[in-house]
Structure formats: C-alpha cells, structure tokens
Design a protein around this ligand. Structure first.
Ligand code: IMP
Length: 447
C-alpha cells in the first residue's frame, strides 16, 4: 500500500495528466485536492483524446474511485459538461465523489476575475478567467457558497439573495458592469444541484476509510509549485496550494497518511500568463519548442511561453515538496536540437546563487547561468528503455537528476501511454527524499 502525491514541479502543464493516468493503474482512489477548472488535463488513450478539468483522470479506469476534495473550487456548469463528455464515451461516473465542503464558482466570480484583470492593466496576472481567484477570495472572506449549500434549496435562496446583492454593488460601482439577476442564478444553480446531488458527500470520511482499508491512494495536484499561493512566484500565482503540503489540507487527511511525493517536470520549461521567467526563449528555438511540444493551454488555448530547463526551480520544487522522485516529460520535444542549455544557477545583481528568491522583484532581475550540453539529433519517441536512448539523451537526464538532486523514475517521450520509460517503480521503489541518486545525503547549502 502506498499513498502518493503527484505534483507539478514547474509552472503547471508539466504533463501530470499522463503521469497520473499511468499511476492510476495501481491506485484504488484518485483524489484532487486544490484548484478548479483553471486546470486542464489532456489524456490520450488509443485514438481518443480526453480533456478533463475537474474530474480526476482515474475516471478512465472502471474500478477506481475518483474524489474531488474540499480544497478544490467547483464550477458546476463545467463539471456537468465533463460528466456529459465522459458518459457520451460510455465511461461510467459511478465512482465519482465530490466534497460537500468544496466551494462553488458562481457567475459573479467569473465576471469579477475578468473585470479585475482588465482593471490591473500592465499589472495583470494573466489568469485563466475562470473565476478561480474570486472563488477562493470568497472562501477566505467567508462569503463563499459550498457544495453543501447548493444541496439545500431554501438555504441557497437566502444565501444567494444576500450575496448577489452584495456582489452587484461591486459589479456596478467598481467595475461598471450590469447587475446579476439573483432569481435567474438561483434557478440555474438549483438545476445544477439536482444533477450533482448523487455525487456530493463528506469525502473526508471516504478518504479516511480508504486509508483504514489500506487502499492505494493517488493525490493529483493541479497547476505547479511555482504557481503556489504561498511558495510560487507571487503575485503571478494561482489562489490555491498545488504543493504537496496542500494535499493534506485539501483532502482532510493528516500528513502521516502520505507515503511519497512524485514530481513531474518537462525536459524544458513552459509558463502561461504573466510573470518573470528567467530561461524564456524568445527566438526560433522557443518557437520550435512551442510548435513541436504543442504548447497551447488545455483550458484557455493560450500559447505557452517556452524556455530551457531551470535547475534552480527544479531544486526548489524538490525541497518545497519533499519530492522522492521525478517524472520527466516531453524529452522527445528536444530531439531536433543541436545543443541544449540548462540553467544551473542565477546571477542576481552580480551575485550568483543556486537558490530561488522569494522576492518577485529580485526574481525578475535573475539572469540564468547556463551549461550547454550536446543534442542527440535523432528521434527518441520510440525508445522504451534507457538503453534505447541516444547516449547524449541519457547524459542529459543524468545531468538533470544530479543537478536537482532527485532520481528520475519515469521518462515520457510522447502523449500516448506506451511512449514511456519506467526507470524504477515510482511508487514502491526506495524512498530517497534528502538522498542523492547515489544514496549519499544531500546537504542543503545555505542561501
Ligand atoms: P488563475 O488560476 O486562473 O487565477 O490564474 C493564475 C495564474 O495561474 C495565471 O498565470 C494562469 O495562467 C496560471 N494557471 C492557472 N491554472 C493553470 C494551469 O493549469 N496550468 C498552467 N498555468 C495555470
């Protein structure tokens, strides 16, 4: 039995969907713990492509329980569209459970998200516009609507009459927008409630029971470490905690339930939205990575910014998440490059550092210090073992593992399930947090 958290080690879009899908094979339960429909997972099974935002990718396995935890925020309209999508493909949703404590994204959240971004002008965050920030803000402000409120028609009436009155003042006075008609919204959301009612339960009990029954649980992180509200590149972050620590808060489980943490990183780096990105490539190579890697957002279709692998961020993600091992994705995207750069440290105001700076202004001034490695000049997408890889590709992987001080357990070389090298069992292999790949202890140098 092992309870595993899968997290993004960069700015999201690392290919967690494929890795969680692979690991879901040996999981009895897959649980989302944060984020909402800002996330997007693309999973390719044979000739079918699935785009999921909220439903855990484990839903594709008939016997896997899939839970949307209390730390998530739920846009019922999108969730219902996802349910329709999977049911139209004859995939059952009978194993889906939704936390009654998860907060609900309302129409005014989406409106405020977009209007506040416009108002920020050059200070905008580049959000997905899905109302995520305003939904979490209401949670903190204690004016949020939870799934359990949605399930109570009388209570929902009272709560929404009051809340929409309050939000209308903001919409009209602050953003010059038309007010919302509370009765229309209540009607619409009561409809959603009836469709979702069979799935809504106290999921903290279900997950605790799964632990007691010694089930294998996979906690599926959305977004990535650098988008974490507390540990990311604030203010250019999302409003939840994608880091491994978020899995306990967002599910209602204690930390003792967690056995290991698997990070997912691309063999290069991408970022959507605004904010500093030290290894960003603006020329031909950036374009090449974008087009070969099909770097367009699953949720918004936005073009992702592309850059070289950043080991400063990688090391930071290992430390912040207590990562045991790493899955490297999209190695094949680098196939055609003559040489490949890796950022090994930053130079900030003339001083070199291997540590990620918390201060966003300092981060914006970081200049990458690169080491250049030779490319391998041939396709890797058909490689199925480390021995199949060109020696330069193997060297590249070894270099990354040594630099960020974590073993690589999985290498992904394409979108489909079989385009994968399992280097070692990521779930049952030896736990190596704070150990170098050769087994010696890692000493964390001070900043
Ligand atoms: P929000 O989560 O929509 O509020 O957006 C905040 C920031 O997080 C923006 O830079 C988004 O582009 C980014 N973001 C949110 N979700 C994802 C994701 O799933 N992948 C990559 N970036 C994301």
């Amino acid at each position: 039995m092992a309870n595993v958290i899968v997290i993004g080690a960069q700015w999201g879009d690392e290919g967690k969907g494929k890795i969680t899908d692979l690991l879901s094979r040996s999981a009895d339960v897959v649980m989302r713990y944060q984020g909402g429909v800002n996330a997007g997972h693309t999973i390719v099974v044979k000739d079918q492509t699935f785009k999921l935002h909220l439903i855990p990718s484990g839903i594709l396995y008939p016997d896997t329980k899939c839970i949307i935890g209390s730390g998530t925020v739920i846009d019922p309209q999108v969730l219902i569209a996802e349910l329709d999508q999977i049911e139209s493909l004859n995939i059952s949703s009978k194993n889906l459970l939704i936390s009654e404590a998860a907060h609900v994204t309302m129409p005014y959240h989406r409106l405020i998200d977009k209007a506040s971004e416009e108002r920020r002008g050059s200070h905008k965050i580049g959000t997905t516009g899905r109302g995520i920030g305003p939904t979490y803000a209401d949670k903190s402000e204690r004016t949020g609507i939870r799934m359990l409120d949605l399930m109570d028609p009388q209570g929902l009436h009272e709560q929404l009459e009051w809340t929409i009155n309050y939000k209308n003042v903001i919409l009209e006075k602050l953003y010059n927008l038309s007010p919302i008609d509370a009765s229309v919204v209540i009607e619409e959301y009561l409809g959603y409630a009836e469709r979702l009612r069979p799935y809504v339960v106290d999921t903290s009990i279900c997950i605790y029971e799964a632990i007691r029954e010694r089930r294998n649980i996979l906690f599926e992180g959305a977004q990535g470490t650098l988008l974490d509200l507390d540990h990311g590149t604030y203010p250019f972050v999302t409003s939840s905690n994608p880091v491994a620590g978020g899995a306990c808060v967002g599910t209602g489980l204690g930390p003792t339930a967690i056995d290991r943490v698997i990070g997912v990183a691309k063999a290069y780096t991408t970022r959507v939205g605004e904010g500093p990105f030290p290894t960003e490539l603006s020329g031909d190579i950036g374009e090449q990575l974008c087009s070969i890697g099909a770097e367009f957002g699953t949720t918004t279709g936005r073009k992702r910014r592309c850059g070289w692998f950043d080991a400063v961020i990688g090391r930071y993600a290992v430390r912040i998440n207590g990562m045991d091992c790493l899955a490297i994705t999209k190695l094949d995207v680098l196939d055609g490059l003559e040489e490949i750069k890796v950022c090994v440290a930053y130079e900030i105001d003339g001083v070199s550092t291997e540590h990620f700076p918390t201060n966003a202004r300092k981060f914006a001034r970081c200049r990458p210090i690169y080491k250049t490695l030779p490319g391998w000049g041939r396709s890797t997408s058909d490689c199925r073992s480390l021995e199949d890889l060109p020696p330069q590709a193997l060297n590249y992987l070894k270099f990354l593992a040594e630099l960020i001080e974590v073993p690589i357990a999985i290498v992904s070389l394409g979108a489909s399930r079989d385009q994968t090298i399992i280097v070692e069992d990521p779930i049952h292999g030896p736990k190596r947090a704070l150990l170098k790949p050769d087994g010696t202890p890692i000493s964390l140098k001070s900043a």
